[in-house]
Design a protein around this ligand. Sequence first.
Ligand SMILES: Nc1ncnc2c1ncn2[C@@H]1O[C@H](COP(=O)(O)OP(=O)(O)OP(=O)(O)O)[C@@H](O)[C@H]1O
Ligand SMILES: [Mg+2]
Length: 407
Amino acid sequence: MADRKTRFTRAIWHLTQELQNAAALDDALSASLEYIIRTLPCEAGTIWLLDRAGSRLYPLYNHGPVDITGITIEKGQGIAGRVAQSGESLLVADAAGDARFSRSVDEESGFETRSILCVPLKNSAETIGCVQVINKTDGSPFDAEDLNLCEALASLAAIAMEDKGLDFRPGAEKEVIISLRGVTKDFPSGDGVSHVLRGINLDVYKNEFVVVLGESGCGKSTMVNIIGGMDFLTDGQLTIDGKDFSHPGDKELTRFRREYLGFVFQSYNLMPNLTALENVQFIADIAPNSMPAAEAIAKVGLTDRAGNYPAALSGGQQQRVAIARAIVKRPKIIFADEPTAALDYQTSIEVLSVFEEVKRQLGATIMMITHNPEIAKMADRVIKLRDGKVSSIKVNLHPLSASELVW
Ligand SMILES: Nc1ncnc2c1ncn2[C@@H]1O[C@H](COP(=O)(O)OP(=O)(O)OP(=O)(O)O)[C@@H](O)[C@H]1O
Ligand SMILES: [Mg+2]
């Protein structure tokens, strides 16, 4: 009993700190849910918020291997919808035997929901969403003590919401451009195999800016290289713009990459014997739908340096040429693997501003890998990978512009 009490007190203390210290409410809520998930501990959890009309729930933050950030729930439907409607907590010990539980996500993803605990998020006047956690890792169902802990989180969150204010406006319905289902990747290693991707489930939307975070070696580059056609998946399904690219033929793949995708890496890979403009022109010439090379150079702010050779450009300028080269073909998707890792702060901000403009002007989808959590504040959604799986996805309520980032 003493242990339980200590755990509870510690949790309240921790959550209070978390909520006080976080700059933005969405960060405070997601950090608190992470804490709850570690404390219970359990396999998955979601913070759901009601839209302004109070009729549908949208996920703000999801911890777990399944990307549910594109799902919405009608108030009154399913477990979370019922909690949002009634303002009362629900504890479901056996989801399989409960008619209120909707099985569609499990059926699509292969995830197995056993037990659910869902508590309302309320401000002083009304219920504005709920917090849901799924499957205790020891296999036991959630109990009354877990319920108390989650309710405590929810009431602390309510205070923070009063304090910091919550302005939640879900955007218009989004269109999926990249979809991964159960994507795995094995590499040969010694006498055996190394399972680098272990079942990635993820949707990326048109004109979205997603940032991918995760510790070194967790599979970020491998995942992006597979989506970009530079490597092949071992198992699972990859769809891009409605076409199945799980096992593409060579010719089809080459054409697709040329027309649809742009890449920017940490190293600029410019041709040293061509000027900035010629480096871009070279790609413009082989892509069918390209813009004039000078226009791409102008978009990255390098018109007055167009005639320079790479050796006469700074690192940031070379990276901007690399971005011009990626955007000249008007790609639908741009992959950037640590594009600012070799740059200083000021130059990084300049380069990130170029990505921001590219997203706005060309309507491109941007998928950027970084080790810098500050850059994640620019994203529409932040995807964290861990051990070859998606570990969490956070929707940023208020993405910052590049010029607001500080590190
Ligand atoms: N071609 C390959 N052959 C064998 N193993 C590979 C290959 N490419 C990657 N790996 C292994 O897969 C794992 C994930 O690598 P990956 O490059 O995707 O990590 P990452 O998350 O991008 O890391 P970092 O942040 O350091 O760039 C690593 O253990 C790596 O050694
Ligand atoms: Mg990498």
